[in-house]
Structures are given as structure tokens and as C-alpha cells.
Design a protein around this ligand. Structure first.
Ligand SMILES: Nc1ncnc2c1ncn2[C@@H]1O[C@H](COP(=O)(O)OP(=O)(O)OP(=O)(O)O)[C@@H](O)[C@H]1O
Length: 388
């Protein structure tokens, strides 16, 4: 846990980099700090490992006032990843990763074993990359080594300053996704500085939007995008914040519609009746074990037809789990030129319903209203939203 209590930093020339900052990063939480250049993000971060000393207030790490902790000892407890990874050029990737545990007194063989595990965890096969030197890696691979090295001493707290800033957008998104998976396993307390809003939105459990030297809003990304606290925040997150919000709004059961469902072994005539009764143009087809198989088009079958559904069923090419983002749903619909996308429940085995473009739009509007009023999305009645 990291706690800032009325923390300020005024440089000798009078520049106030950070002004009266009070906030907390909970254990296992990732908070992203985002804002324009020079607003005080890096200063905030560097005060946590005492690379910069505050001029007022205090900072607690796991309940302890860090002003009373020896800086060297403090930094052992805090992993630090920066854009210029700073690997030792004449040490192998494995030795780079094992450096800190070795310094901490872990036996060399054991430190190297742990380093190999960590390289594996960040997606670098140690048998392929372990013996290479930093200049034999791509930028993205070097960033991964940087993350592995920061995790090597198993610090409870991680500070990350634009760690993926130096790689191209495609690699960056890949690294972000990998890092999210990793964080789900290691659950570190993370402060993550970026000037990329998309990155702040994608990675943060909460994001802190900085104005000059202070935080204008500290909330979950969906809330920042849906209910910006000030005109400054609205302006900073951009006019397309509705679009950005799609990526942080999950598909929930209440968003789905229930089309007619038939089984592969059902008679075609029964399926045709069912679709007609529901005035549906298609039905979802399940396998005999209840798993999703595909769909059947009403135009392909008639009520007097022979045979079973399996003769006419079309295979489903894409589906999504509940909890996937509305952006993924939208993108899947566009990719397959489909008017709906099938959604499966959590463990991916049971058909839960389908999402349509109209329902996607409703989900977005309900979630915005839910954030504004601080209530769960299922409690929002669309008809009660002003203008709906
Ligand atoms: N040693 C210093 N002396 C005087 N002013 C400083 C010093 N270091 C930083 N500043 C100022 O403090 C302010 C905050 O700097 P900081 O590096 O924290 O910003 P930042 O939000 O991380 O910016 P960026 O995104 O460009 O890295 C800036 O106005 C900067 O010019």
C-alpha cells in the first residue's frame, strides 16, 4: 500500500511540481498517472523511492513513513521500471535479471533459477533468450527483461515510468496485455506513469488525471471517461471518450437478448415453427451437450421441411465470453459483418445470449448513467435516462 499525505514538492527555483497530494494506492491495485507533460507525474513517482524528496507532507509504504527508511533499503522493496530499461550491456539477459536477488544475498544458482522463471513469466523463453546480451534483443524484448528484473526481488510495490513508451503501438498493446495477465498473477501494488490516455485506461484499476501539480480526478477508467469530474478532465480525455469507454465496459448478462435456441438433432420443421412463433429470422444452434454450435437461417428451412437442424446449421465463426469489452463485441460484429455476436458464460461452455448493436448502445448509455449516479449498471432503467 502506498499513501500520500498532503505531499508537496517545490524546487529551489520556486517551481511547484506537486501540490498537496493526498491519495492511496491499495495493496494489489494498479493506479495509472496520466496528464500533460510537466504536470508532476514523474515527480510523484520518484518521491516514492526517494529519488526525489518531498518538501512537505509524508509518504507511507505499507504503513511506514519512508522518510525514516534508508533509501537503499527502501529501493530493495520497490521495483522500478523505466523507459530506458538500463540493462547492463555486458551481462547476459539471465544475469541481468538475477542481479538484484544476487545482491540481496540469494545464492547465484538459486537467483538464476528464479530469473529463468521470471523470464518465462514475461514471455521470454530462458533457453532462447537467457544467454543473449541486451543488444541482441528487440526493444519490446528489452522492456520485458526490464519488467522481469524489477520483479526479481519480489517487491510488493512496483513503480513504472512510461515502461512501454519506446516501442511501436502494436508491440506496446501486446506488452500491455501481457503485463495485465502478469499483474493478475503477481498482484503488486503499482504506480504507472504514462502520457498515453489509452494506456492509462487499459491498465489502471483506477486512473489519476493530473492537472498542473495536482490530481483532478482519481477514479476507475470507465468513470473518468463516462463522468469526467471537471471540464479540464473532459477536455483531456477527449471528445471521443465515448468510443474509448467501449474498451473498458464489459458485456453483462443484462445486455443480452435471447433468440430462439434449437438443438442440432431437432427436426427442421420444429425449428421453423419456433422461429416463426418468435418472428425471428434465425435461431442459435446448440450441440447435444449444450455447447454452442452455430446458427440457422429462417430462410433456409420451411415448416414442411424434412430432416434435422444439423443439415442446415451454419458453424459459428466467432463468439465472446461474458465480461469481454463492448469494443471487442463491436469489432467482432464489424469483422464478420454480423448483426449480432453470441456470448458464452464465464467458463466458456454455456450459451448466455447474443449482443446486438442496439443492445450494445443501450449498455453504453446505461453504464454512463450508472457511473454518474454511482449505482450498478443493472439498476439503470434506460427509459429513466434523460433524453432516452
Ligand atoms: N530539478 C528541477 N528543478 C526545477 N523544476 C523541476 C525540476 N525537475 C522537474 N521540475 C519541474 O517540475 C514539473 C513537474 O515535472 P515532472 O517531471 O514531474 O513532470 P511529468 O508530468 O512527469 O512530465 P513528463 O510527462 O514530461 O515526463 C515540471 O514543470 C518540471 O519542469
Amino acid at each position: 500500500m502506498i499513501r500520500f499525505e498532503s505531499v508537496g514538492k517545490r524546487y529551489p527555483d520556486g517551481t511547484v511540481a506537486v501540490d498537496d497530494l493526498t491519495f492511496e494506492v491499495a495493496e494489489g491495485e494498479m493506479v495509472t498517472l496520466v496528464g500533460p507533460s510537466g504536470c508532476g507525474k514523474t515527480t510523484t513517482m520518484k518521491m516514492v523511492n526517494r529519488l526525489i524528496e518531498p518538501t512537505s507532507g509524508r509518504i507511507l509504504v505499507d504503513g511506514e513513513d519512508i522518510a525514516r527508511v534508508d533509501p537503499v533499503e527502501l529501493r530493495r522493496r520497490i521495483g522500478y521500471v523505466i523507459q530506458q530499461v538500463g540493462l547492463f550491456p555486458h551481462r547476459s539477459v539471465l544475469d541481468n535479471t538475477a542481479t538484484v536477488p544476487h545482491l540481496l544475498g540469494v545464492k547465484k544458482a538459486q537467483a538464476r533459477k528464479r530469473a529463468a522463471e521470471l523470464l518465462d513469466l514475461v514471455g521470454l523463453d530462458p533457453s532462447v533468450f537467457g544467454d543473449r546480451y541486451p543488444d541482441q534483443l528487440s526493444g519490446g524484448q528489452r522492456q520485458r527483461v526490464g519488467v522481469a528484473r524489477a520483479l526479481a526481488a519480489d517487491p510488493p510495490v512496483l513503480l513504472m515510468d512510461e515502461p512501454f513508451g519506446a516501442v511501436d503501438p502494436v508491440v506496446r498493446e501486446h506488452l500491455q496485455n501481457e503485463f495485465l495477465k502478469l499483474q493478475a498473477q503477481v498482484r503488486k501494488t503499482v504506480l504507472f506513469v504514462t502520457h498515453d490516455i489509452e494506456e492509462a485506461v487499459r491498465l489502471g484499476d483506477r486512473m489519476a488525471v493530473y492537472g498542473e501539480g495536482r490530481i483532478e480526478q482519481l477514479d476507475p477508467p470507465a468513470k473518468v471517461l463516462g463522468a469526467p469530474a471537471t471540464p479540464y478532465v473532459a477536455d483531456f480525455v477527449g471528445a471521443d471518450r465515448g468510443l474509448k469507454r467501449l474498451s473498458v465496459t464489459p458485456i453483462e448478462p443484462g445486455d443480452l437478448v435471447q433468440p430462439p435456441v434449437v438443438r442440432r438433432n431437432d427436426a427442421v420443421s420444429d425449428a421453423a415453427h419456433r422461429m416463426r412463433a418468435d418472428a425471428a429470422r434465425w435461431a442459435v444452434v446448440l450441440d447435444d451437450d449444450g455447447s454452442l454450435h452455430g446458427w440457422i437461417d429462417a430462410d433456409d428451412v420451411s415448416a414442411s421441411g424434412d430432416g434435422t437442424v444439423r443439415d442446415h446449421a451454419r458453424r459459428m465463426k466467432a463468439w465472446l465470453p461474458l465480461g469481454a469489452s463492448l469494443k471487442q463485441a463491436f469489432s467482432t460484429m464489424l469483422q464478420y459483418d454480423a448483426g449480432w455476436v453470441a456470448v458464452l458464460d464465464g467458463d466458456g461452455s454455456r450459451f448466455a445470449g447474443v449482443l446486438t448493436p442496439a443492445r450494445l448502445h443501450e449498455a453504453l448509455r446505461r453504464s454512463v448513467d450508472a457511473d454518474e449516479r454511482d449505482v450498478p449498471r443493472e439498476d439503470v432503467d434506460l427509459h429513466s435516462i434523460t433524453g432516452a
